[in-house]
Design a protein around this ligand. Structure first.
Ligand code: NAD
Length: 379
């Protein structure tokens, strides 16, 4: 069993990574928290596969779980859902020593964490991530939030979990498209701080690329990642995220490097009303745009920009949707930043394994890379 310790100003907590750990949920939680009522929050795609395993494990160790199955999807990250969950928690008799458990992807994790952080001024919270994105990103670091009709994640806070239990076996049922979207966030760590990790991905892409030529009709070669390699990659990601978060928990500086590809990515999501791209897909395209912009601004060599785009291309990032124009993307870029009361800031790769902060780059350069993507010249 792999254990990564995350240290923050709020607390210190472990992330356990292990195939089959779901069966041990109760036992693992009991190491840190006494048996108590648990509000197990999940969604309808996850519950059929894993809720009962988790619930039985909690019962075996003397916890009293109540399961709530939500519809799933971004619309669940709302104050209305949180309000409904407070009501259930009260009805089930959860008190300040009770636990909220998030079993699912980033949507469930963000919402359940928000509920835990506000219910009775904050009760313990356990993350059991079941998507790759949640394992390598959202379950670690304590950002919890719900959406507002005017934007994503606008109502939230920093609230760290008591522990995180990541069971790689759950990824077996994850749709391939979701898996590849999560991999984008994983590759991001290679681009921002870990050249070796990036090279390992490149190496894998080359091997699987060759295999793909032999096995016609296969989707991305990354879908063939074997369990032990995947475990190494996930562990590396959690270590990196943990280190960044421990140095800058509230995103005053360093933590911003985790936003590589997110300025463009959020604009693409906003301009398409959150209906076309998965979050990780928008980040993948955003990282390609960021690499291209960096090369244009001579902050990154052409060769490295090409390597970044080539690697991300293996994730099958979506082609732009019909009707999406550069103006729509630029408007989204600007409005998103205005909302934050900030100038336009991009985290750009400076080389593989290092980033640079770029404030207010010339808009014609930004427009030109957006147009390149919209004209399908990246893909
Ligand atoms: N808190 C953070 O630091 C942070 C970081 C990145 C993203 N996020 C948030 O995370 C969310 C995206 O997370 P996500 O990509 O995990 O999306 P998600 O939670 O919507 O999960 C993706 C889909 O996969 C399904 N699913 C989950 N696990 C499954 C499994 N094992 N088998 C089958 N189906 C499964 C879900 O039901 C859903 O349909 C966004 O709301 C984003 O804002 C938060």
């Amino acid at each position: 069993m792999i254990k990564v310790e995350i240290k923050t100003t709020q607390n210190r907590y472990p992330v356990y990574l292990q195939k089959g750990i779901l069966e041990l949920t109760g036992r693992m939680i009991k190491r840190y928290l006494s048996p108590c009522p648990v509000l197990l929050i999940t969604d309808k795609n996850v519950s059929g596969h894993y809720a009962e395993i988790c619930r039985q494990s909690l019962l075996r160790e003397g916890f009293k779980p109540s399961t709530v199955v939500l519809e799933g999807g971004e619309k669940d990250k709302s104050l209305q859902s949180a309000f409904k969950l407070y009501g259930i928690a009260l009805k089930e008799g959860l008190d300040r020593k009770s636990v909220v458990l998030a079993l699912g992807g980033g949507v469930i994790g963000d919402l359940a964490g928000f509920v835990a952080s506000t219910y009775m001024r904050g009760i313990p919270f356990v993350q059991v991530p079941t998507t790759l994105l949640a394992m390598v990103d959202s379950s670690v670091g304590g950002k919890v939030a719900v959406n507002h009709p005017r934007g994503k994640n606008l109502i939230g806070l920093f609230y760290q979990p008591s522990l995180v239990l990541a069971d790689m076996d759950t990824l077996k049922t994850l749709p391939p498209r979701e898996f590849l979207a999560g991999l984008a966030e994983l590759i991001k760590y290679g681009i921002i701080v870990d050249k070796t990790l990036f090279q390992q991905f490149e190496h894998f892409a080359q091997i699987s690329g060759k295999q793909q030529q032999r096995e016609q009709g296969k989707e991305s070669g990354f879908l063939q990642l074997d369990n032990s390699t995947l475990l190494k990659f996930i562990t590396k990601a959690v270590l990196i995220k943990g280190k960044v978060v421990s140095m800058d928990e509230k995103e005053n500086g360093l933590r911003r490097i985790l936003n590589l590809g997110h300025t463009f990515g959020h604009a693409l999501e906003l301009a398409t009303a959150y209906e076309y791209y998965l979050h990780g897909e928008a980040v993948a395209v955003g990282m390609m745009l960021a690499a291209n912009l960096a090369a244009k601004l001579q902050m990154l060599g052409e060769k490295d920009a090409g390597r970044i785009s080539a690697l991300l291309f293996h994730l099958n990032p979506p082609a732009p949707p019909a009707g999406l124009t550069a103006k729509m993307v630029l408007n989204a870029l600007i409005s998103d930043k205005k909302k934050e009361g900030e100038e336009l800031v991009f985290i750009l790769p400076a080389t593989i394994g290092k980033t640079v902060v770029c404030k207010s780059p010339p808009m014609e350069q930004v427009e030109s890379v957006v147009k390149k993507y919209l004209n399908n010249h990246f893909l």
